[in-house]
Each structure stands twice: as structure tokens, then as C-alpha cells.
Design a protein around this ligand. Structure first.
Ligand SMILES: [Zn+2]
Length: 243
């Protein structure tokens, strides 16, 4: 259910694994993604189960319509029940008790919080989003609400690692031109990108010092969903909120 959890000065960070939900194959068990072909009722139940396990209200979780971009939405409550969920890859809030969630299956889930300012952010950083700078955009939005990068706590969750994320040579060159730290090689010796290394390099340059990276590679872990491994599969979630 909750694979990793961490609390720093009242800022909570949590990442799910794939177990403990009600979804059937190939979304078994705890698929939290609403746009992957799973039964919507199962997804709703899974989101309730995950929230209960975290001790948060499932109605106070802000989800995104993620599109591999770099747009950020500042939110102070859940989207209206009738409203359309905006296409953004980061959400930022200054509302304590409001949980922000990011869905992934190989992309890097990025959770950020400045516990002093009471500002939190969740971002979805796949290869395109990392190159476009969704994480720096989220940090800038946090700063506009009073956050200080020196106080920001950053946690990145389970994601495909640089030794597994094979890409064509030209794509690696393009990614590395934007973010040199993402240049990687697979364990079998072919061009690769390390999106998480790129995200951490961006955060470091912004002055975010308290950073931790999940040791889990989704593609290598049977306890996590991996798009590159399974194609049709569920989505993991990362949650951040402030007391
Ligand atoms: Zn790996």
C-alpha cells in the first residue's frame, strides 16, 4: 500500500506501491490512475483505501491531468466536482491539510514542501517534463507563495532508473544538452537517460539541499507499476501535505 513514508517538521511525503487495492489484472492491485483503462469504481475505492492508510481525507486530495508539460497550477482546494481538471504537471498550495498527488509509472514523482512557509508542491517529471523544467517551475511557484528553496524538503519516488531507461542516441544527446546530469547508459551498454538525476541536478542548482531519492527502480521492481515494462498497467501515487 504505502511503500515509503517520511515526515519532516510537519510536512508529509508518501509513495504508494502496487499492493493492497481492489483492481484486477493488469492493474492489480492499487491502481490510482483514472485514465489508464481501469474500472473507475475500483480506482475510487483504491484512492479511498490509500487515503485511509495515510490518515487523510480522500475528498481533500488534488489530482492532476498530467500531460508531460511544465505548467503549474496554484490550488487552495480540491477541483470542483463538476469542474474539469486542468492539464498541468505540477500543483502548488499554501493550504495546510490539502494533499497534492502525482501519478506515475516510471516517470519521476517529485514532492516538495517548505514547512516554515507552509507551501507544498507535487510535480510529474517524465523525460519531457524534466527537459521543459516542470520542477524549476514548481519551485518558482512555491517561491511566489513565500517558500525559500533553502528550506524546501524534496523527495523523489520510485521511477525507472538510468540503467533501465534506454533511448536512441540522438534523444540522449538532446536530453543531455538540456540537462547534462541526465546523460546515462543502460546496464547493457546502450544510450539511456536518468530523469531522476536530472531532476536532482535542477533542484540542487535552485538551492534545494534537503533531497532524497527513492532507491526503487519501477522497471526492476515487481512491487511497482512500470509503463516501460508492462505498457498497460496501473499508476502509483505520491502524496504531499502539511499539518
Ligand atoms: Zn532500473
Amino acid at each position: 500500500m504505502i511503500g515509503q513514508r517520511d515526515t519532516v517538521s510537519g510536512a508529509h511525503f508518501a509513495f504508494t506501491d502496487r499492493w493492497g487495492g481492489v483492481s484486477a489484472v493488469p492493474y492489480e492491485e492499487l491502481n490510482l490512475g483514472g485514465a489508464v483503462g481501469d474500472d473507475p469504481g475500483a480506482v475510487r475505492t483504491n484512492r479511498e483505501l490509500a487515503a485511509k492508510s495515510l490518515g487523510i481525507d480522500p475528498a481533500r486530495v488534488v489530482w492532476m491531468n498530467q500531460v508531460h508539460g511544465a505548467d503549474v497550477a496554484v490550488v487552495d482546494g480540491p477541483w470542483g466536482s463538476a469542474g474539469r481538471i486542468p492539464a498541468v504537471d505540477a500543483v502548488v498550495t499554501a493550504r495546510r491539510g490539502l494533499a497534492l498527488a502525482v501519478l506515475t509509472a516510471d516517470c519521476v514523482p517529485v514532492l516538495l514542501a517548505d514547512p516554515v512557509a507552509g507551501v507544498a508542491a507535487a510535480a510529474h517529471a517524465g523525460r519531457p517534463g524534466m527537459v521543459k523544467g516542470v520542477v524549476p517551475a514548481a519551485v518558482r511557484a512555491m517561491e511566489s507563495l513565500g517558500a525559500d528553496p533553502a528550506r524546501i524538503v524534496a523527495r523523489t519516488g520510485p521511477a525507472v532508473c538510468g540503467r533501465c531507461y534506454e533511448v536512441p542516441d540522438a534523444m540522449r544527446a538532446e536530453v543531455a544538452a538540456a540537462e547534462p546530469a541526465a546523460h546515462a547508459e543502460t546496464s547493457w551498454g546502450t544510450p539511456a537517460v536518468d530523469v531522476c538525476a536530472g531532476v536532482h541536478a535542477q533542484l540542487e542548482r535552485l538551492g534545494v539541499r534537503d533531497r532524497q531519492q527513492s532507491p526503487v527502480c519501477t522497471r526492476e521492481s515487481d512491487d511497482h507499476f512500470s509503463y516501460r515494462r508492462d505498457r498497460t498497467t496501473g499508476r502509483l501515487a505520491g502524496y504531499v501535505w502539511l499539518d
